[in-house]
Design a binder for this molecule. Sequence first.
Ligand code: FES
Length: 313
Amino acid sequence: MTTPGWWAMALCEAVNDKTPLAVAFAGEELVLFRNAEGQAFALEDRCPHRRVPLALGRVVAAGLQCGYHGWTFDGASGRCTQIPNLRTNEPVPPRYAARAFPVSEGNGFVHVWLGEGVPDIDLPTDDYRPVGQQFTGSTIVNMSHEQYLAAMLDGPECLLNFAHVRMTDFFLGDVRKEHGRLVLERGAVWTTQILPSNFVVDYPLIVRTEVPVQGGSIRVDLLSEDETPLISLAIASGANRRGTTSLCWRGFVHAEVPAKAPLRWRTARVWHKAPFTVNSLIDGSAVAALLEAPSRDLHAARPPRLIPVSAVV
Ligand code: FES
């Protein structure tokens, strides 16, 4: 089950017109691909003929061709348009169709609409505007999607790291809702190699986490104390099989360099070292120790209606 909405499922550049991409989301198996003009499509990853995954097929001019008997499906409608062994002029029965999902792109991700009927919610705000080099990646973590979103509010330091920065659990204000996400800021400090900065009274950095309520991607920003953005990161997350969560992300370093930034942080910029890490292995002890506080607002902010994805038209 999932909350109806536009859910980010893959990096835009991971979806192409050569190789179909299989993704799993909230119990649903999907296949993503593009046509030669670059338009992205999403179909249920199951051939209506003999249930073979369509991701094992190939992209052709008319759509996606199943690898088993060669039926071809139109990306937009899911309709079967070609069956190799039909007689000339013999029509393809309309019931031979794969389920098609609305697709839209924004923030560098391919979003798929999971909900009833036509989309009645706008695509989440296009607020990711990278400059310079981007750092991208993907993984699957051994944690449920719900728990991942909750931990992103309660303790993002369990899920990701900014190089040479330590996030604290000191909240700078209350959770608020903006652009379909719950937003929370916490203080952060530069790490020191001399003294562990476990007790600090001053927060020269801010980590802002934004967790989607109804579709979209997670957003995390590292800001200076005057809220100048230093690093921005967008993470697409989705429920994979057996209680795991698929992640893919993209992030970049802004042009500004804070006056008090340590030399090693500046040096890492010059050498284009990754400014953040999204954890593939998550410390269960650390997550279990998190206080369940801001994430309570996430549950409250959700619309009451949850639908099984299998009921999606
Ligand atoms: S299983 Fe796909 S065409 Fe037969």
